[in-house]
Design a binder for this molecule. Sequence first.
Ligand code: HEC
Ligand code: HEC
Ligand code: HEC
Length: 351
Amino acid sequence: MKIRVVQLLWIVPIGIVAGLAFIWIGLFNVAASSGHWPITAWLLHLAMQRSVAFRAGEEDIPQLNDPALIRRGAGHYEQSCAVCHGDPARPQNPAFLAMVPPPPPLSPLIEEWDPEELFWIVKHGVKFTGMPAWPAAERDDEVWAVTAFLLQLPELSRRDYRALVGEQRRDLAPDVQPCAQCHGPDGTGDPNGAFPRLDIQSEAYLAAALEGFSSGERASGIMQSAVGGLDPNQLRALARYYAEIEARPVPLPEEEIPAAVLGRGEELALRGDAGRNIPACSACHGQDARAEFPRLDGQYQAYLANQLRLFAGGTRGGAGFSGLMETAAHSLDEDDIEAVSAWYARRQPQD
Ligand code: HEC
Ligand code: HEC
Ligand code: HEC
């Protein structure tokens, strides 16, 4: 009996050595062309489903039917996900179908997942499959935008999808075409605030913002993907392109904001709140602000409010002066953010 146990114990190291030799000699076949055995594919997919269900947690879920959130997610899907998963307007690219496992068309799969699970997959990606993690780990708000879009995807016709992701403008310079799909051909962004206006900003600010996205100093998975492959000269040319567009008034939001809220916004913007350590915003964002500081007059409310939440939470990042803005924002509460962003959004852009 004793001898048998000792003999059995030998099996473990012999097994390990045999396994290593199998890999070392090169007998394990990594060829994607031969695919997985059905049992391996089934086991890996089961592991993925169980892992996601186990890990996807209780999140603070934002309003997932918010049109701005859906449009922002759609824009990113078009630029960064459709290459692998396809979309309602185009067939999947056969080159990506040769991946192992192949990226599945998503429309029929969405209903199998809860929103928290979709959020988890998009945020963390899936090991051993080519499904990437979100490039800016601190931007859960962007991952929710993509999740909000995915929930709409199964219902979208080819036409709905095209309308949602924006027109492709082949008449513009090739570098500007993808930008224009989200920010509009004239840089006026999206009226719901899904994408910011660029036409109101100076060249210096735009250049610094683009460089910040490209280096990762300003965290945004959406914008990092958009500028990832561009060199410094291309970024400077894009900053010049949008700075040269004359800022024109866009229709003001129809939503009624109580006068008391707008009054509170004006108070914060022009005088701040010394008792709560909030400086006057106009000291840095007024008519004669430095060229490197952004203009807020006429920018969309949803965008301003989101940026303020990021600054207040310490995750916005930005260029060299962004520390000033973090200090300015850290005492703002949700009511301040709503009030001051509503006030700025209702002003006409500066020259
Ligand atoms: C390089 C190709 C690639 C890109 C880009 C990519 N994915 Fe995937 N994705 C995959 C692969 C491969 C799988 C399959 C994973 C598996 O079978 O476990 C997958 C799986 C998924 C799933 C789970 C589907 C299911 O039920 O099995 C979702 C949801 C998803 N991707 C969403 C996205 C979104 C949203 C984006 C863009 C932010 C994206 N993917 C970008 C390759 C990609
Ligand atoms: C998929 C949609 C999408 C594409 C494509 C895109 N952007 Fe953006 N852009 C956004 C979003 C969303 C933001 C807001 C980022 C944030 O929340 O931090 C943004 C922010 C910016 C900002 C910062 C604005 C500010 O006020 O600070 C600049 C500058 C910018 N984009 C320029 C560009 C340029 C140039 C291109 C083309 C290379 C481009 N974007 C492509 C969605 C997009
Ligand atoms: C001491 C100067 C200073 C003060 C005061 C200040 N800001 Fe800023 N703010 C900045 C700078 C600098 C940036 C640009 C950060 C970056 O992207 O590098 C900025 C960026 C912003 C942005 C992002 C704009 C965009 O296009 O992305 C918003 C929104 C903003 N500030 C709102 C406010 C509000 C509201 C107040 C008042 C409560 C305020 N700021 C006070 C310096 C200041």
